[in-house]
Design a protein around this ligand. Structure first.
Ligand code: PMP
Length: 310
């Protein structure tokens, strides 16, 4: 049977035993860095396909550098720890893999990163759809602005900066929308609360530059690659204003959890025809095929994990 396990303090332990003290620094201040990685169940091969795992760990280690989180593992070590844990858990369904490096020092009232011990933990959870909506989703422009690089570096996944995303997502859902789109302090479109954003206008795909404070998304990179290579489309990275989204032919969001999600409506205005546009549809279909390990051209994006038998 599948077993809920965690990698904790250097060992694989039952998830229920992976516990920290309430004095843990990260719990008080969000001094941690995490990743969200998907393991996609491939029924035909009887394997979990982990999508772009190494790229996730490269970004993870960049975040660790920024937050002075010293952990004794390289990207290769982290990949090995992950495949081992996924194999041991034995889930035969889609997974969300969550590594976390955190300031583990049991000290409060200390704001000096360099004085605080760090640790690493990893958990694996069964995970289906992230956004609870069929087809194209309804978004609003958030009243919360996206954090700026001058405040907390937004390009990596620092736990504390997710308060910004959480405020935006909560506001959107309580107001009856599926997702929030956040603007920079200057009013440029940045991204969704947990997704990068793309806009299609007159057959050209546009996306905001990373300098507009979005996360350097791995799905963003995958969508850009697929749009160029598979569909022969031009991608333009440039500042996008809110009103351009109202007039776009298509808007879609990308993220590990959200995959490629079409946006059908923004601030109660339909985008294009209000459904799933043709460019979005093609990128979405290709992406969903690729992440399950069904396309040999993108085999190097997937790490196949054979499961231990039970
Ligand atoms: N932006 C934010 C704020 C996110 O949390 C995520 C999800 N990790 C993304 C964008 C998409 O990034 P990725 O495609 O690497 O999952």
């Amino acid at each position: 049977m599948p077993e809920a396990l965690a990698f904790f303090r250097g060992n694989v332990v039952p998830l229920a035993d992976a516990k920290v003290n309430v004095m843990t620094h990260a719990m008080h201040y969000g001094t941690a860095v995490f990743e969200g990685i998907r393991g996609n169940w491939n029924e035909d091969h009887g394997k979990i396909m982990i999508f772009r795992m190494r790229e996730h760990y490269v970004r993870f280690l960049q975040g660790c550098r920024m937050m002075m989180l010293d952990i004794p593992y390289s990207a290769d070590d982290l990949c090995e720890i992950t495949t081992d844990l996924v194999a041991k858990c034995g889930y035969r369904e889609d997974l969300y893999i969550r590594p976390l490096a955190y300031k583990s020092a049991e000290r409060v009232a200390n704001l000096k990163l360099h004085e605080l011990a760090s640790d690493f933990t990893l958990i694996v959870n069964p995970f289906g759809a992230y956004i609870d909506a069929e087809g194209a989703i309804r978004c609003c422009t958030s009243s919360w602005r996206r954090i700026d690089d001058t405040i907390i570096p937004p390009r990596v996944k620092i736990s504390g900066h997710y308060v910004n995303s959480i405020l935006a997502k909560t506001e959107a859902v309580l107001a009856g929308f599926d997702e929030a789109i956040m603007l920079t302090q200057d009013g440029n479109v940045s991204e969704g609360s947990g997704e990068n954003l793309f806009m299609v206008s007159n057959g050209v795909v546009h996306t905001p530059p990373v300098a507009d404070n979005n996360l350097v998304g791995i799905t963003r990179d995958s969508a850009i690659t697929l749009a160029k290579r598979e569909l022969g489309l031009d991608i333009v990275e440039r500042n996008i204003r809110r009103s351009e989204l109202y007039l776009a032919d298509e808007v879609f969001l990308t993220g590990t959890a959200a995959h490629v999600t079409p946006v059908g409506e923004l601030d109660s205005r339909p985008i294009g025809e209000g459904g799933i546009g043709p460019v979005t549809r093609q990128i979405m279909d290709k992406y969903l095929d690729v992440i399950r390990g069904n396309d040999p051209d993108y085999a190097d994006w997937c790490t196949a994990v054979p499961l231990e038998s039970w």
